[in-house]
Design a protein around this ligand. Structure first.
Ligand SMILES: [Zn+2]
Length: 395
C-alpha cells in the first residue's frame, strides 16, 4: 500500500514537473528567438499617423503560426498577434507554415539530414503526434490552428482562399473591426514529402502560396542556404506546373539563384519573393542579386522587403525604408511590398503594432503618398486579386 501510494505520488510529481516544463519552455524558447530590440517609442507625426490609418497594409511573411502563443491575445513577446496586427492596421497577412529547420541553422550551408529543430518544438508545444514525423501534417496542423482562430474570432480574422474571399474581407473591413485577411503559405515544399498529390492536400487545407525552399536542398532543387546550389529538378518543375495550374502563388524566397532562374525561364505566372533584401544594398548571404530581383519584377512579380538585419543590414525603420527605396529603384514601385519576417526566429527593431514608424520613415525618405500606399500594401492586394484563384469554393 505504502509502495503504491509512493508510486502514485511520484507519478503525480513527475506529471507536474512535465506539465511545468511544457508550460514554461516553449514561451522561453520563443522569447529568446523572436526578440524586439529595446528602443524608445518611435516618433510618428500626426500627419504620418493619419496617412498610416488610411493605408491598406499587407505583409507577405510572418511565421506566427509556428509558436504556441494564443494569437487572439496581446502578448508581451514575439512580434505579431491579432491585437497587435490590428493596432498596426494590417489588413492582409500571409502566414507561412515552417515545417523543418535544421539544427546549426546558418545562411551559408545546411545539410538536409541534420537534426530537425521543428520536431523538438512540435513535441514541446504538444502538437499532435501525427506532426512529429510528418512535414505535411505539420503544415496541415498550422492550417488548423489558423482555422480555429478564424472560428473563435471571425470578426477579426478571415482566411482567404480566392480573390473573391479577399474582396469580401476587404469590403467587410473597417476602421473599427480592423479585420485581418489571412493567407496560408508554405515555407518550403519539403512539406509535400516528395508527393505531388500533397499539393492538392495542402490546397484543400487552404494553402494558396507555396515556397519551394527553406534552409536546405530538397527534392525540388537547391536552396540558397543548402549544399548543391543546383537548379530545378524534374520533380520541382512538375510541382511548379501543378501549382501554377491550381492558382497557387510560387514563392522563391530561400531558393538558390539557379532555381530562381529556372523558374523565371519557364513560369507562366509571376512569382513572389515573400521576404528578402537586395544584395546590391546589403551584401548578405540571405539576399539574392539585384539582377534576379529585376527579372522577377520584369515578369510581374512582387518583392517583400524583410525587417531583420540580415535582409536589410540596418533594421531600424529608417534602414528598412532605405532598402525599400533601393528596391523601388531596381524593381519599380509597383513590385515592392512588405515581407517582415516577423516571428521567424529573427530580432527586429519593432513589432507589428509599431509599423506606423515605417510609414513615417518612408515619408522622411520623400516617397510620395501614392507610392507609400502601393508599397505598404496595395501592390500585394492587387497581386493577390489578380493571381489567386478567382472563385475557389469555400471548403
Ligand atoms: Zn524564411
Amino acid at each position: 500500500m505504502m509502495k503504491r501510494l509512493f508510486s502514485t505520488g511520484s507519478f503525480l510529481l513527475l506529471s507536474i514537473v512535465v506539465l511545468l516544463i511544457l508550460w514554461l519552455v516553449p514561451p522561453a524558447v520563443e522569447r529568446s528567438m523572436n526578440k524586439v530590440k529595446p528602443h524608445d517609442p518611435y516618433e510618428v507625426s500626426e500627419e504620418a499617423q493619419a496617412l498610416h490609418d488610411s493605408l491598406l497594409i499587407a505583409d507577405l511573411h510572418a511565421d506566427s503560426l509556428l509558436w504556441s502563443r494564443d494569437l487572439k491575445v496581446h502578448s508581451n513577446y514575439g512580434h505579431a498577434d491579432l491585437p497587435r496586427m490590428r493596432r498596426g492596421n494590417v489588413a492582409i497577412q500571409v502566414f507561412p507554415a515552417v515545417t523543418k529547420s535544421p539544427s546549426g541553422l546558418n545562411y551559408e550551408s545546411n545539410v538536409a539530414e541534420s537534426r530537425d529543430n521543428i520536431t523538438l518544438l512540435a513535441i514541446a508545444q504538444t502538437w499532435p503526434p501525427r506532426t512529429w514525423r510528418s512535414l505535411t501534417e505539420r503544415a496541415l496542423y498550422q492550417a488548423e490552428r489558423l482555422a480555429r482562430l478564424e472560428k473563435q474570432i471571425p470578426e477579426q480574422v478571415r482566411i482567404i482562399r480566392s480573390a473573391k474571399d479577399l474582396k469580401v474581407a476587404l469590403a467587410t473591413r473597417n476602421n473599427e473591426n480592423r479585420m485581418v485577411a489571412a493567407l496560408l503559405a508554405t515555407e518550403g515544399s519539403h512539406a509535400l514529402e516528395g508527393k505531388l498529390a500533397n499539393i492538392q492536400t495542402l490546397y484543400d487545407a487552404g494553402y494558396r502560396m507555396m515556397g519551394l525552399h527553406h534552409f536546405f536542398d530538397n527534392r525540388l532543387g537547391g536552396s540558397l542556404h543548402g549544399v548543391t546550389r543546383e537548379g530545378m529538378t524534374d520533380f520541382g518543375r512538375a510541382a511548379v506546373n501543378i501549382m501554377e495550374e491550381m492558382g497557387i502563388i510560387v514563392d522563391l524566397s530561400h531558393s538558390s539563384a539557379a532555381v530562381v532562374n529556372d523558374v523565371l525561364n519557364t513560369a507562366s505566372r509571376p512569382v513572389v519573393i515573400s521576404h528578402t533584401g537586395l544584395q546590391g544594398m546589403c551584401d548578405s548571404p540571405r539576399n539574392i542579386s539585384d539582377r534576379l530581383i529585376e527579372r522577377i519584377a520584369e515578369k510581374g512579380g512582387l518583392i517583400g522587403i524583410g525587417f531583420w538585419e540580415d535582409a536589410v543590414c540596418d533594421d531600424s525603420p529608417a534602414g528598412i525604408a532605405r532598402m525599400i527605396m533601393y528596391a523601388i529603384d531596381i524593381a519599380g514601385v509597383d513590385h515592392v511590398a512588405l515581407g517582415s519576417g516577423f516571428d521567424g526566429a529573427v530580432k527586429t527593431s519593432m513589432d507589428v503594432s509599431e509599423i506606423a514608424a515605417l510609414t513615417q520613415a518612408l515619408l522622411d525618405e520623400g516617397l510620395s503618398e501614392d507610392d507609400i500606399r502601393k508599397v505598404m500594401g496595395e501592390n500585394t492586394r492587387d497581386f493577390l486579386l489578380k493571381w489567386l484563384p478567382q472563385n475557389a469554393v469555400r471548403l
